[in-house]
Ligand binder design. Structure first.
Ligand SMILES: [Zn+2]
Ligand SMILES: [Zn+2]
Length: 245
């Protein structure tokens, strides 16, 4: 009897321990402050986020009502093979990403990683390597973390592919892309990335938080292809969508 009672006590301790751990992982939803569940953003808020419209350019994922390559990609094909994004860069996701990056809200990393891992589209190929878009060293020091690396970690787990955050280096800083016109964006990032080793024959996935014109991803993809990458596909959490409708 004594034995039975002590076994029960031990069991209830284990259950309590489990429940305590679950409570540690559950956090209020970042958007509605309700129960965020283990992902930190509740299912209802996730369902409200603006997903990428089905009709989009199959290369750069920008607006294209027919699903055919957009005028920019027809004029000059980017170095990446495809750009993939689950969401449009729109409120409230835009506000979350902004707070995460510029408000030093590393506590949001878990929720954004979970969101990305859960909703990243399948994409055309399983990558051999997952590479985050690197930050310039001084900017990394100022921000304390690379938001792209945080997302790339989750993506690598989802794809069961190795992550390499030392392969690519950003060799100079660039003015924020958001303030520049499209042509200036392309010039702004030319030769900004160095790929340190050959990646001959590999399929590489590059990961960033947001794509605006795609110029940054284009520049990194070009540097990877110069080092022998067979294909480069880009994944971002949100894409700025220039809808013409
Ligand atoms: Zn919510
Ligand atoms: Zn396009």
């Amino acid at each position: 009897m004594e034995n039975h009672r002590s076994r029960l006590a031990a069991l209830s301790n284990q259950v309590r321990h489990l429940l305590d751990n679950c409570a540690l992982f559950a956090q209020p939803c970042l958007l509605c402050a309700g129960d965020g569940g283990p992902d930190g953003i509740c299912a209802a808020c996730r369902a409200d986020l603006a997903t990428l419209p089905a009709a989009h350019c199959p290369i750069c994922a920008d607006a294209g009502p027919t699903g055919l390559p957009c005028p920019h990609c027809r004029r000059r094909r980017p170095a990446f093979d495809t750009l993939n994004a689950p969401f449009v860069y729109a409120w409230p996701l835009s506000a979350l990403i902004h707070a995460f990056k510029y408000g030093h809200r590393l506590d949001m990393a878990h929720a954004l990683r979970a969101l990305f891992a859960r909703h990243a589209p399948e994409g055309p190929a399983r990558p051999d390597l997952v590479v985050p878009v690197p930050l310039f060293a001084a900017r990394l020091a100022e921000r304390g973390f690379n938001q792209s690396l945080e997302l790339a970690r989750a993506f690598a787990v989802r794809m069961a592919a190795p992550l390499d955050d030392t392969l690519c280096v950003r060799v100079r800083n660039t003015p924020p892309q958001a303030r520049l016109e499209r042509a200036a964006r392309t010039r702004n990032v030319a030769d900004v990335f160095v790929v340190e080793r050959a990646v001959t024959g590999l399929s590489v996935a590059i990961v960033d938080d947001v794509a605006t014109s795609g110029a940054t991803l284009d520049a990194l993809a070009a540097a990877l292809k110069k080092q022998g990458a067979r294909r480069v596909d880009a994944w971002v959490l949100a894409r700025v969508f220039y809808s013409k409708t």
